[in-house]
Design a protein around this ligand. Structure first.
Ligand SMILES: [Zn+2]
Length: 425
């Protein structure tokens, strides 16, 4: 089972000084920065997934490339750009279908996308697809002989399959070296099985499922079950945007060999509560926003509700007390008091004292053996600015990968036990 990490320009500046919060002026963004696979001794993923839409800057999403970065990516290719040349990591390209989900047609032709994958040296390339934003398992066989499926869903699936046919023909005619991956879009178990069936007939042996992100695990499993009914023995499946480690054995039984997701990274700074992964649970990061950059705090300062110098003083006291706590020079109660006092200033509605108490009592960053926690200590769990928040995301990737390996190990053990049982009979 391989885990692909989707690129969204997530790198950190190694010259960043956590005490003074300054960085080297000579640093060039991206070129001098570090990706997770450059920070950890062992990369916390098996490969990277790169969207053409992100590189092109379509849809204005996060992680857009500057014009200079885009040009360099196109010139040197995916392996050199991400500094993967001597690393055993795979590269997968896709179109970034979510960025154009509201358009009637994808903004790319099959040939243009295939050229992009080949020119940039990808190992795998996904066919051009169009996401169907609905899931209705009840439409399968509801009224035999009557088509109750909305026209728009069917036409998106047909278009995705037509583009997959064009994409495969074109790449084979041009003798392109990347492995083509057909994308299956659907709205129900039977419709996904239909897409897989058509893609196999076209000649695809690696098929990615799109549109699974909002689905419940039980629905994903129903689709995979239906698809595995038509799956040929050599066909392998990829899940787009899915991280549900605990179901990895079930996914694998249906032919899934790989998946990708940004979730471990994003949770570090997008989730209300679960920001820091640990083996048995997740922790909430300690909010110490920048007093000169936090939008809510700036609003209150402008409205005259809060004095800027007071906010600044509370903020600095939090940072100093927390680093002292990490060295064993401040008590837990003093930390909680500082955090609470500052929290009142930037967030009048929430009191996180109880969750913070459990974080500080457990000190999970001192138990974690990853390079980030070892190097920056308590800063990893302080919710503040991209340099800390992204490093926490990197730590989450590390923990997630360990978790995945453990689940896979258990799965193999179960398989061996099963095989040994068979032999004895
Ligand atoms: Zn860690």
């Amino acid at each position: 089972m391989r885990f692909f990490f989707p690129d969204s320009q997530d790198f950190v500046d190694e010259t960043f000084d956590f005490g003074s919060e300054t960085r080297s002026e000579a640093r060039v963004r991206q070129r001098d920065d570090k990706y997770p696979h450059e920070i950890f001794a062992v990369a916390p993923y098996d490969g990277m997934l790169v969207s053409k839409a992100v590189v092109d800057g379509i849809g204005g999403g996060s992680g857009k490339y500057s014009a200079a970065q885009r040009q360099r990516f196109l010139r040197v290719g995916v392996r050199e750009y991400f500094r993967l040349v001597h690393r055993p990591l795979a590269t997968m390209g896709d179109c970034g279908a979510f960025t154009y989900v509201r358009e009637t047609r994808p903004p790319y032709s099959a040939a243009e996308v295939a050229d992009f994958y080949e020119d940039c040296g990808f190992d795998y390339g996904l066919s051009v697809d169009h996401v169907i934003l609905s899931y209705r398992a009840d439409l399968d066989g509801q009224f035999p002989g009557v088509d109750t499926v909305p026209e728009a869903w069917r036409s998106r699936q047909d278009l995705t399959l037509e583009l997959a046919a064009e994409f495969l023909n074109y790449s084979q005619r041009k003798r392109y070296r990347f492995t083509p991956v057909g994308v299956a879009q659907g709205w129900s178990p039977a419709s996904y099985a239909h897409a897989v069936d058509v893609l196999q007939r076209l000649g695809y042996r690696y098929i990615a499922f799109g549109g699974f992100v909002p689905l419940k695990t039980v629905d994903i499993l129903a689709c995979l079950k239906a698809a595995s009914g038509v799956r040929k023995a050599q066909t392998e499946f990829h899940l787009l945007g899915i991280t549900r480690c605990e179901h990895v054995a079930a996914f694998s039984a249906f032919g899934v060999v790989s998946f990708d997701s940004t979730s471990p990274l994003r949770k570090a700074f997008k989730d209300d509560k679960n920001n820091y992964y640990a083996r048995e649970r997740m922790y909430t990061a300690l909010r110490v926003p920048q007093s000169d950059a936090n939008p809510e705090l700036l609003r209150r300062i402008t409205a005259g509700e809060v004095k800027q110098d007071i906010a600044r003083r509370l903020e600095q006291r939090c940072l100093q007390t927390l680093t002292a706590f990490d060295r064993g020079e401040a008590t837990l109660d003093v930390c909680l008091e500082c955090l609470r006092e500052y929290e009142r200033v930037f967030d009048g509605e929430t009191d996180r004292t109880a969750v913070y108490r459990s974080v500080l009592e457990d000190r999970p960053w001192q138990k974690c053996r990853c390079e980030i926690c070892q190097r920056i200590g308590i800063h990893v769990i302080i919710f503040r600015g991209a340099e800390r928040n992204r490093r926490r995301g990197f730590h989450n990737l590390y923990v997630f990968n360990q978790d995945l390996r453990r689940h896979l190990g258990e799965m193999e053990c179960a398989f061996v036990r099963h095989a040994e049982g068979d032999e004895r009979q």
